[in-house]
Design a protein around this ligand. Structure first.
Ligand code: F3S
Length: 282
């Protein structure tokens, strides 16, 4: 029997890097450690970190005020500039685990807005990453998520605009929104800042599902990127299983197949993927 484990299964580079940074900090530091919001939407990881003394807190201003002599880890989504300024003004060490691809967007919007351009962020207004990006813009930023938002933009035509995107945005939707903005006649500089991690994970899953007899997709029931992975695999391979952990699968049934593929959604920890992989090979 052959088992093919997707190389891009599970955490993307930026999330893995952030998690490693928190664990390193927890192992090396004696200070109280907080993550600025949950490091990832996975309860198992968050509670394992809690057992090591790392607390996930959604800081409001009052909580920020009370902080001192501790370490705060900024997660991969990044945060607005004023949050760094607030933290710096206290006796707080900052571990910046902002994904380098997100950090790059902060640098772009900061430089372009300082250069007099109006910034348009294509993304969901309440997504923490978008809030963070907005917080690096000098002056106003416009957030566009729907075609109506793009059509309704009312920016002075004399001012050049710079358009960036939330890293996890749908590429087709981004292209459509950019087209609408351009048709309005703005002098626009478009920087496509969509990250390839999701696309690469999906493309690889599809390729594997095409050539196996059974495909296992691991991820949370409510994880939309895992559901999408499942749909893609199910289209290529009738025997596709959607599981949350190894406990959900009858391995005797799966081992009957000659060729099995495994992939996992973006918030599935490595140990769960490895357990399923090992069980398949028993
Ligand atoms: Fe992940 Fe960073 Fe891309 S957090 S999805 S690698 S932008």
């Amino acid at each position: 029997m052959e088992v093919i484990l997707a190389k891009k299964a599970g955490f993307c580079f930026g999330v893995q890097r952030a998690i490693d940074m928190v664990y390193d900090e927890a192992n090396e530091s004696n200070k109280n450690i907080y993550t600025y919001g949950p490091i990832i939407h996975n309860e198992e990881v968050v509670s394992d970190l809690e057992s090591k003394g790392v607390k996930a807190i959604n800081f409001d201003e009052r909580e920020l005020k009370d902080l001192s002599d501790c370490t705060v880890v900024i997660r991969s989504h990044g945060v607005a500039k004023n949050i760094y300024d607030d933290l710096e003004s206290k006796n707080v060490s900052v571990v910046d685990a902002t994904c380098p691809f997100v950090k790059k967007i902060h640098e772009i919007v900061q430089a372009e807005s300082e250069d007099g351009k109006t910034i348009i962020i294509v993304g969901s207004e309440y997504h923490p990453e978008v809030q963070g990006i907005k917080g690096w813009v000098k002056g106003d930023a416009f957030i566009v998520d729907e075609e109506a938002d793009a059509r309704g933009l009312d920016i002075d035509k004399e001012t050049p605009v710079c358009i960036v995107s939330q890293t996890t945005y749908n590429p087709q939707k981004f292209a459509k929104l950019v087209e609408i903005i351009r048709e309005k006649g703005y002098d626009s500089n478009v920087v496509n800042t969509i990250c390839n991690a999701t696309n690469e994970r999906q493309t690889e899953a599809k390729e594997i599902a095409k050539k196996v007899d059974a495909m296992i997709v691991i991820g949370g029931k409510n994880s939309s990127n895992t559901q999408k992975l499942y749909e893609i695999c199910k289209n290529e391979c009738e025997n596709t299983y959607y599981i949350q952990t190894a406990k959900d699968l009858d391995f005797d049934e799966v081992r009957k197949y000659d060729k099995i593929g495994i992939t996992a959604g973006a918030s599935t920890p490595k140990n769960i993927i490895e357990e399923v992989h090992t069980e398949c090979q028993r």
